[in-house]
Ligand binder design. Sequence first.
Ligand code: PEP
Length: 253
Amino acid sequence: MTQKRGPFIGGNWKMNTTRDGAAALAAAVADGLHSDGPQVAIYPPFVWLHATRPPKDSRLLLGAQDCSPEKNGAHTGDVSLEMLEECGVSTVLVGHSERRHGLKEPEGRIAAKLRAVLGAGMIGVLCIGETLDEREAGETDQVNEKQLRSALEGTKIVRKDHLVVAYEPVWAIGTGKTASAGDAQAAHEKIRSVLDDLLGSDAATAIRIIYGGSMKPGNAEELMSQPDIDGGLIGGASLKAEDFLAIVDAASA
Ligand code: PEP
């Protein structure tokens, strides 16, 4: 049976916040959520996961910005999914451009992380998107397709609601520049057609594709009103509870 898509909003805090600031921000977001509405997750730095763990009765999800694809062992500095689970994490970002491009994380490792996250029964948010040079060369759709295929080929999707694809044009991340709603919709529609080809039409209809790249209260509603934009991954604007909650409300509109 084809599942209906409910929106997903994630707040990627990156390497920001103090321990007290993180705890206060998480509490303000948890308090500000209504009893229904989109699925909402925060992704604080690893070291603040304990300080930001939402109360048991909250529907706020706790997420991690990265993980190791390995179970345990000699992997200095890495954090396993088992460790994250113990901290209350139920969703993980995979392949964020600041790791994919900034740290040259290889596509094979991104695919292995995604398989591990889904295998652990968590929600994996797979980030894809083109650089400015690739956009100017007219390669947006090819880049998205290549990154999607490499991350998903051979991956069994047991729960369609556990895979979220975040289309994040690299030139729009943290720059204040946003893709127009029309351009973002065109990219999302194409991504959905690749999902159809890879996973079949039921999966393509059910899997959330969210937009990331300078989303803020002022542009969120227009972006998320597009038929194939099922929410957002928010960096800068997720560091202020008021702005983040305004985007959450825009997804419910
Ligand atoms: C991100 O980090 O995924 C992101 C979209 O950041 P920003 O909203 O700041 O552009």
